[in-house]
Design a protein around this ligand. Sequence first.
Ligand SMILES: *Cc1c(COP(=O)(O)O)cnc(C)c1O
Length: 450
Amino acid sequence: MSNKQTTLTNYEQNTLLQFDKENVWHPYTSMSEPLPSYLVESANGVMINLASGEQLIDGMSSWWSVLHGYNHPVLNKALQDQAAKMSHVMFGGLTHQSAITLCEKLIRLTPKGLDKVFLSDSGSVSVEVAMKMALQYQHAVAAKKQMKLTKTKLLTVKNGYHGDTFAAMSVCDPVTGMHQIFDQVLMQHYFAPAPRIKFGETWSNDEMVELAKLFADHHNEIAAFIIEPIVQGTGGMRFYHPEYLKACRELCDQYDVLMIVDEIATGFGRTGKLFACEWADISPDIMCLGKTLTGGYITLAATLCSNHIAKTISDGEAGCFMHGPTFMGNALACAVANASIDLLIENNWQSQVKKIENTLTSLLLPLANNARVEDVRVLGTIGAVECKQTVNVANIQKRFVELGVWIRPFGKLIYIIPPLIINAKQLTNLVNAIATVLDEDECFNPKFKN
Ligand SMILES: *Cc1c(COP(=O)(O)O)cnc(C)c1O
């Protein structure tokens, strides 16, 4: 652990942290018994610099969003240049080069057949938009055929995660998403068992039996099927067989159900393909992008769809798609997204990802021999250690900080998803830190309070 001169006094740090603890919500954290938060002063490259002086190697990419590191000169310049022109203008009746260029890039880079782009503020909103698109599409189709609208539900798989807003939440895993709390207000959808055959295992068509039955029994009620491609992220860091995704595409075609693929976590190279759909060589009808879209700089998301869906909605009763966020097409966000995508290509992301994958494969997989470990998985830049026990988050986090790394586990999962620019030594330090805490009782035992 290296220490650095900081600008805030101890008194100032403590005052800020005390206010934070008493008044500021943090994600999925109790306000009555909050987990500690660490005060960050700056971040540079792969390092997060705490106000207390520690410098931490970032293993999380700030929840899958950072690609090229923090405080990147090229991304900073894109923001500054855009700010000097305008940071934002309304997207109703106005448009601008940064948004147009971004949409052109997204259409060109994503799987074929996705030709219309809807920009929005965050991943969850892009999922709301995707679901609304599917429902408005089915409404227009039924009206055109002068039939009663019956396709008003979604079908998905268990262990999924699609965001925290209400429609997105309604297709998250019912157990980990605590659907019982929102029982009275949540839309009810159909859930198939989660994919079981793992990435790299032998495929068997038996895997599709339950899902195929749900399609067969309920397709008249189902507007769309939604799934995270290849990687079920927040629902457990599970990597499933590409044949599963391919079979989903076939079922959607067979039963006239739209396919929504949520690439918010997997997009832009994270799994070793630019988009995880490419593992199965499929194109969805609707695709959601977010997280890495701006290289981790500003919130931005996109929902892409086919010409056919856009035309059907536009020719329907409303005459337009019923959505339009205030900050749609935000110029700062689009400018930095353009710069981030250009860097991805220039930096040869394939070789960056391959290097990380090779190092994780050789260093992380052997941790499977640790008595505390249930399973270790690696795909692209994602490395996950599934433990037999739930971790003690406060204690394990403290130990990681002492070891000079930033890794935030949840449940039984200690996972890393580092920025693409991480070097071999930094990556080795991340893995060594995981190996160290696996041998420490206080990182797992809920009895140890700090
Ligand atoms: C993070 C995530 C979301 C939600 O994105 P937010 O920007 O947090 O709203 C949706 N789907 C997937 C697969 C995600 O990983």
